[in-house]
Design a binder for this molecule. Structure first.
Ligand code: 5GP
Length: 109
């Protein structure tokens, strides 16, 4: 079971930002920007390559709400998913990193 599944079930605590029946947004434990949120579907898809494309509609709407809630819709933000080994994915439960709160550089990929 992935660590994010344990977060969804409440077995492991998280600093929650927003939740609905299908998605959860919470602060990354090791932030790489002043604001670093993880957005996940509650249903466990291993990675972006494995996701049912239909859920991306709901995930997009949910992400818009999270960005608005944090005031990032005006200032801007970066949305990333690491897919698989070369993508640098460590937690094998699909998640999007929402990063913001500063002018982000694009150097160290
Ligand atoms: P990945 O490298 O898989 O794209 O990113 C995984 C992210 O999950 C990392 O940024 C890491 O800091 C975060 N993370 C790992 N374990 C936990 C945890 O238990 N709680 C929270 N909030 N974030 C975690």
């Amino acid at each position: 079971m992935s660590i994010f599944r344990k977060i969804v079930s409440g077995e492991i605590p998280c600093n929650k930002v927003l939740e609905n029946d299908d998605f959860l947004a919470f602060h990354d434990i090791n932030p790489k920007a002043p604001i670093h949120i993880l957005i996940i579907p509650k249903k466990e898809y291993t990675c972006f390559q494995e996701v049912d494309p239909k859920i991306m509609v709901g995930l997009t709407e949910f992400t818009h709400k999270v960005a608005k809630l944090l005031g990032l819709d005006e200032s801007g933000y970066r949305l990333i998913t690491n897919n698989g080994s070369d993508g640098g994915q460590e937690v094998m439960h699909l998640h999007f990193h929402l990063l913001g709160g500063a002018k982000l550089s694009w150097n160290h990929l």
